[in-house]
Design a protein around this ligand. Structure first.
Ligand code: GDP
Length: 596
């Protein structure tokens, strides 16, 4: 009866499973209802070597779950301890100020622009108030607020993003009109685009003589920022940070872009947000600047943040003034935390100290575990494992070359490789060495870095190793394209074929333990393996399809039983065996259509 079926099916079992942010291999196996060894095996296939008691993070666990036919979702953690919102109705959603990051090439005037905006538009103009650098401030124009993160540069922005914090709504790209688009300008564009946030260009240093604006606009266009005047949709505002010129115009335009985004939050919700800056004050203890994203933060609230918690003793605004509340998009410096959190840590208000303490404890344990977790390199081979089935996959690439002239031909060839199933997205390209900024960008955007005759700096190399970012170096264009092509093939929806391994006939039925019935069978052909998939057939009809849960010879668990032997078989989730039923054992094997 050992016929090999030639049905080609795509393994697809629709099973949702919620996985915590950190799980041990064994816990994951339990969640999935499979053996621990199977999870270990799957991990290995994905390049992770881990024992049963080792912890893995959600991303890794999700890949394994996906490979085993599950539909993984991250188990919400912070949300689960949130106090009930007083009201969550849509009516409570109110417009909130946009949160803006200033980016651009060094010396193009980012810091000066932030200062100029602040000087001209600080809200707290009370006599005697001294502006404080707390990591963010709010400006006001025509009675509307804009929140600026005042650590300029795309590195800080992307570092937060790499930690999962989405804070910025709009990027202001500062370009010195006398210098034009420079390498870091291009980086900043790439970083903002990778994050999917709109860019407003501030053409700075307009006070300088000998400015060729058309040249700068042309350069912007070459970098996919087509300004409105030229038929594009990028707003471009000439300013002079030094002379304080054009700033109201810039702010108004930021508000226009914000309006299109319809940024809303619920001030009545329990407060939550992100830490944008934190430090230890010698006299006051841990201090952090909390940027509220939803809800309203008040002194006395108990918050959890990162792996610490605290009851807010006092809050100060960017003018150093004590405040009683902070609404959405408001930055406040807070006092009262147990430890200094990290920039990018999320915070949320909880009901009481007890919940907070338990949470912090758990987070500390998780961080401890995480610090020992095996890293899964983001590599060409596994980048897309977590893309949901059926959706087009994207191969994100940061491309660095030795000379500018190599970028275009490589970009063109790469784009020609893409097809309906797999898109190639070059999120950033540039000439010169591979920098830490490139590694951050790759990390935050799940991209691989490809260096064509370009080497990483020592810092970038170290960071890539620590964070598990794949840097691939090539000297021949053909090799680069070939690598990408292979990776793309590997990213296609896998096609599985069924391979029948053997059959057995049920000759007796017995209860081996209290509840579990098992079947006494005789292997008629092929073999039964302990981790085989099995289907139960009765009178030629398939009655049940599942996995084997036990395989025994006499009282012993065995790995496999071959033709001509008797054994006991249990099937997961099934007990209604009948004498004469046939058990068909099979496995799903990936069919590699592509020759590697
Ligand atoms: P950042 O590196 O982008 O933060 O640049 P800075 O804000 O530190 O500015 C670099 C230099 O350019 C400083 O010497 C500034 O005084 C100068 N600068 C900034 N904005 C302007 C401007 O609008 N006009 C002129 N002439 N100089 C400016």
């Amino acid at each position: 009866m050992a016929k090999s079926r030639e049905t080609k099916t795509t393994a697809k079992i629709d099973k949702r499973v919620e996985i915590p942010r950190i799980v041990t291999v064994q816990q994951l196996a339990n969640l999935l209802g499979v053996g621990g060894v199977e999870v270990v095996k799957q991990l290995m296939e994905n390049g992770v070597v881990a024992g049963l008691n080792q912890a893995i993070d959600y991303d890794t666990a999700a890949i394994v779950a996906g490979d085993l036919g599950f539909e993984p979702a991250e188990k919400p953690e912070l949300e689960s301890i949130l106090p009930q919102a007083e009201s969550e109705s849509d009516e409570d959603q109110q417009l909130r100020p946009p949160i803006v990051t200033v980016m651009g090439h060094i010396d193009h005037g980012k810091t000066r622009l932030l200062d100029a905006i602040r000087q001209a538009n600080v809200m707290d103009t009370e006599a005697g108030s001294i502006t404080q650098h707390i990591g963010a401030y709010q400006a006001e124009v025509n009675g509307r607020k804009i929140t600026f993160l005042d650590t300029p540069g795309h590195e800080a922005f992307t570092a937060m993003r790499a930690r999962g914090a989405r804070v910025t709504d709009i990027a202001v790209l500062v370009v010195a009109a006398d210098d034009g688009v420079m390498p870091q300008t291009k980086e900043a564009i790439a970083h903002a685009k990778a994050a999917g946030i709109p860019i407003v260009v501030a053409l700075n240093k307009m006070d300088k003589p000998d400015i060729n604006l058309d040249r700068v606009k042309q350069q912007l266009a070459e970098n996919n920022l087509l300004i409105e005047e030229w038929g594009g949709d990028t707003i471009c505002v000439p300013v002079s940070a030094k002379m304080q010129k054009g700033i109201p115009d810039l702010l108004e335009n930021i508000l226009i872009v914000a309006e299109l985004q319809d940024l809303k939050a619920n001030p009545k919700a329990p407060a939550s947000g992100v830490v944008v800056e934190a430090q230890l004050d010698k006299t006051k203890g841990p201090m952090a600047t909390a940027l509220v994203q939803n809800g309203t933060l008040e002194p006395g609230s108990v918050i959890v943040v990162g792996d610490t918690w605290g009851k807010i003793k006092a809050m100060f605004n960017d003018a150093g003034k004590r405040v009683k509340k902070a609404e959405p998009a408001t930055p406040v410096k807070i006092l009262g935390l147990g430890k200094v959190p990290q920039a990018g840590d999320r915070f949320t208000v909880v009901n009481n100290d007890k919940v907070a303490k338990a949470w912090a404890q758990k987070q500390q344990e998780q961080r401890q575990v995480l610090s020992q977790k095996p890293t899964r390199a983001l590599s060409l081979d596994n980048l897309f494992a977590d893309t949901p089935e059926g959706q087009p996959k994207e191969l994100n690439i940061v491309l660095k070359t030795d000379v500018q002239g190599s970028i275009e031909p490589i970009r063109d060839s790469l784009e020609r490789l893409q097809n309906d199933e797999v898109k190639v997205r070059i999120i950033h390209s540039g000439s010169g060495g591979i920098t830490e900024g490139d590694v951050l960008l790759a990390l935050a955007s799940k991209a691989v870095i490809m260096g064509f005759q370009a080497q990483p700096t020592v810092g970038a190399q170290r960071m890539a190793e620590q964070e598990g970012v794949d840097i691939r170096k090539y000297n021949i264009i053909y090799d680069l394209l070939d690598d990408v092509e292979r990776a793309m093939k590997g990213m296609r929806e896998p096609v599985y074929a069924e391979v029948i391994e053997g059959h057995a006939e049920i000759r007796a039925i017995f209860s081996s333990s209290k509840f579990k019935k098992a079947a006494g069978v005789y292997v008629t052909d092929g073999k039964l393996r302990r981790d085989a998939l099995v289907r139960l057939m009765r009178k030629g009809q398939v009655i049940y399809d599942g996995r084997m849960s036990s395989l025994k010879r006499f009282k012993d668990d065995v790995k496999e039983v071959t033709t001509g032997f008797e054994c006991g078989v249990g099937i997961e989730g099934y007990t209604q065996y009948e004498e004469g039923d046939i058990i068909e054992a099979y496995r799903m094997e990936r069919v590699d259509e592509q020759a590697h």
